[in-house]
Design a protein around this ligand. Structure first.
Ligand code: BDP
Length: 712
């Protein structure tokens, strides 16, 4: 007996001090500490029932049982039939009269296939929707309420996704390297598929379903046609089979020249009948394996990728050819607008609009054009892409980058929800005030039914999925905002912290404060007042504003900052490239005039003289100094605040974040010193003596090389 007790005690201790490696993401389901809440929850959840016979319903039952065991410490049998003691009932409206009586016809129409309804009063809880997937979403929502310790006695929730496609784009290569990936290798183990199903695929699908993500493109936009060969399609089918019950559709990237590479055709000309037949046959082959295949994602005529322009055809010609091939199967084509060409001397900022605006109205109805949030490239801060609002006849899909290619990669803690929201809330003025980017992509502004948002995934085979433990929040934020872009960054951070770490109020308050400031802090020490694309080239790790020797002009940082003896910044006004002219006149107003320009974008749109006076009273040079120093100092503040959290969370993740903050501080100082020393060669002005002076020379910073930086 004594030995048994000791054993039990040992077991208990192990579970308390269990190191957390982050694999469980925000689905940890740890015991609820608040006793009165726990009692409340237990009263609400008696003899829980999840109706339905589908694989999705089975998943919902399993999730509920795992979660309730973890959260309450009691094991629950989740019934699939209602009995007299059931007070917690989940299922589609069709599955039970009890549930259908709860909702009106109007509500059912409104919630569509994925929206859900939760109604609860003391001793009764109902979760329902039109499909088992909607019910699964409802259950995840309910579990989030429990995980974040919210009241569940009186609930009247109707939640409907604002966007139809809520997607992740994996830039994963078939050899398992991940372009711009900072979390290890690809989670797709192509070599061992289709026979070996890694548990990770299931855990991945579950995590996505918990935040409403319902589509994934498995492969790099810089595509390899081998993914379209029969052997690989068998592997893709296996992944699609795993993902299906979680409501996730699979897309593939289509290399435009595949008919030549795989079909041995002489051309990939989209207007060539044989090419069209090749794609039709390929689509038929895919759909015979994967009946609900989502469709193709295409990067064409950009950064050396093949495309229709190789045959003097337009992007619409290329997209429509593929769209015709998938249309009989209800598939869609997502065509990327991230295009620019080295041969084109026009400001890179303008090239996508130049190519795409004339094509508005020329795309088939099953084509979406996927537009990056800004016209250059996922910078720490960039104005919204001028295509938003400029193609009313075409459904535009938002592309964000969740992986932090330009935002500190593997080592910097940056919470991206504020960046995403800044873009979504931007006003295009396309149809008057209030024509936000969000309203462009949700279809409401121009009456589109195809709608979506994607994020370039930050997921790899690192044990914690995202490399930096805090980067999990960005995957989470993408899903939550694609479901409802009105959720605030504060709420997202709050939910995520509570579920991922702890409900301790002091912990949540301080750590949330850090999270909400991280993005501005990074902008300050990397790209203040509108600077952009001054990262080192190739791997984009660290600063490289001096780089000027690459063949393509727009691959050189000097192209973007244009520092000279007079000043710094890219004049994109009417007296310069006039990229600003691609925005609606009302939107332009905030940037057009150098003396009234929103200073966050000053050097984005203006070449400002070194002595130009900022609103702070400082000169541009002194403002740059101030920003770079404030940014780097703020990382010290992040570290100080974080150290206070030691007793609140598990040691492993606490230490991981602490060590990474040390690296982040070093990198912030590196950015600060390297950029200021370099820009100083033009401004010829000192770093005021009250600032700690750089301890290394500009030559030292220029000499640094990182041949094995990840993701390249
Ligand atoms: C750039 C990345 C490059 C991608 C490209 C794209 O550096 O690796 O292939 O975007 O989005 O930012 O196609």
């Amino acid at each position: 007996m004594k030995r048994l007790n000791v054993l039990l005690l040992l077991l208990l201790c192990c579970s308390i001090v269990r190191a957390e490696n982050g694999y469980d993401l925000w689905l940890r389901y740890v015991p609820i500490k608040n006793k009165s809440l726990l009692l409340e929850y237990k009263k609400q959840i008696v003899s829980p029932v999840v109706l339905g016979t589908s694989a999705t319903a089975a998943i919902a039952r399993k999730e509920l049982s795992v979660a309730l065991l973890g959260l309450t410490g009691s094991s629950y049998l989740i019934n699939s039939n209602i009995n007299t003691s059931s007070v917690f009932i989940a299922g589609t409206v069709k599955s039970s009269a009890v549930l259908s009586a709860l909702v009106t016809k109007e509500e059912l129409n409104r919630i569509g296939n994925e929206g859900f309804i939760i109604k609860a009063k003391p001793g009764k809880t109902f979760i329902t929707g039109n499909t088992d997937l909607a019910v699964l979403y409802g259950i995840f929502h309910y579990l989030r309420l429990l995980q974040t310790n919210q009241k569940v006695i009186n609930l009247n929730v109707i939640s409907i996704p604002k966007l139809k496609l809520r997607m992740l784009n994996h830039w994963d290569n078939l050899n398992r390297t991940v372009e711009r990936g900072y979390a290890g290798f690809s989670i797709w183990d192509w070599h061992r598929l289709p026979t070996f199903i890694d548990q990770r695929y299931i855990d991945y699908a579950r995590a996505n379903a918990s935040i409403g993500i319902n589509a994934v493109a498995l492969t790099n936009v810089n595509a390899n046609s081998i993914i379209l060969t029969p052997a690989y399609l068998e592997k893709v089918k296996k992944l699609a089979d795993v993902f299906r019950p979680y409501g996730i559709k699979v897309f593939l990237t289509a290399r435009f020249s595949s008919p030549i590479e795989l079909g041995r055709l002489k051309t990939a000309d989209p207007l060539d009948a044989i090419v069209q037949q090749w794609w039709t046959a390929k689509a038929n082959e895919i759909y015979s394996l994967i009946p609900d295949f989502g469709g193709f994602l295409v990067k064409a005529n950009s950064e050396g990728q093949p495309g229709p322009q190789d045959y003097k055809r337009t992007h619409a010609d290329g997209a429509n050819m593929l769209a015709n091939a998938v249309a009989p199967h209800k598939g869609i084509v997502i065509w990327r607008a991230f295009v620019y060409a080295a041969e084109n001397p026009v400001d890179r900022h303008m090239q996508a609009n130049d190519d795409f605006v004339p094509l508005d109205g020329k795309f088939n109805s099953n084509v979406m054009v996927q537009v990056k949030n800004g016209a250059i490239d996922f910078m720490p801060r960039e104005p919204f892409h001028p295509l938003f609002g400029a193609m009313p006849k075409t459904p535009l899909m938002m592309e964000f980058q969740v992986t932090q290619e330009y935002l500190g990669q593997a080592t910097n803690w940056v919470f991206l929800a504020p960046l995403f929201k800044e873009v979504l809330d931007s006003d295009t003025y396309a149809k008057g005030k209030g024509s936000t980017v969000a309203k462009v992509i949700d279809g409401s502004l121009d009456d589109h039914t195809l709608t979506g948002m994607t994020g370039v995934a930050n997921i790899g085979n690192d044990i914690n999925w995202t490399g930096h433990p805090m980067a999990q929040a960005n995957w989470y934020a993408l899903g939550r905002l694609a479901w409802d872009y009105n959720i605030t960054s504060d709420t997202i951070a709050d939910e995520w912290l509570r579920m991922t770490f702890s409900n301790d109020a002091a912990f949540v308050k301080s750590t949330k404060q850090i999270m909400l400031r991280t993005r501005e802090i990074m902008v300050d020490y990397m790209n203040p007042i509108g600077l952009h694309h001054i990262m080192a080239t190739g791997h984009h790790y660290g600063p490289g504003p001096w780089v000027s020797n690459l063949n393509r002009p727009e691959w050189n940082p000097v192209y973007y900052h244009k520092a000279d003896s007079v000043g710094i910044g890219f004049n994109r006004t009417a007296s310069g490239s006039n990229a600003i002219g691609q925005y609606h006149p009302e939107a332009r107003k905030q940037w057009e005039n150098i003396s009234t320009c929103n200073e966050k974008y000053l050097l984005w749109f203006h070449h400002a003289s070194w002595n130009h006076k900022m609103k702070s009273g400082r000169s541009v040079w002194n403002e740059l100094v101030y920003r770079y120093y404030t940014g780097a100092d703020s990382v010290k503040w992040m570290k100080q605040e974080w150290l206070k959290q030691q007793s609140k969370i598990d040691a492993q993740r606490f230490n991981d974040v602490s060590m990474l903050l040390d690296t982040q501080l070093e990198e912030a100082k590196w950015w600060r010193n390297a950029c200021l020393l370099y820009f100083q060669t033009f401004s010829k002005q000192p770093i005021p003596s009250n600032y700690e002076q750089p301890d290394k020379t500009l030559d030292y910073y220029k000499s640094l090389r990182f041949p094995f930086a990840p993701g390249n």
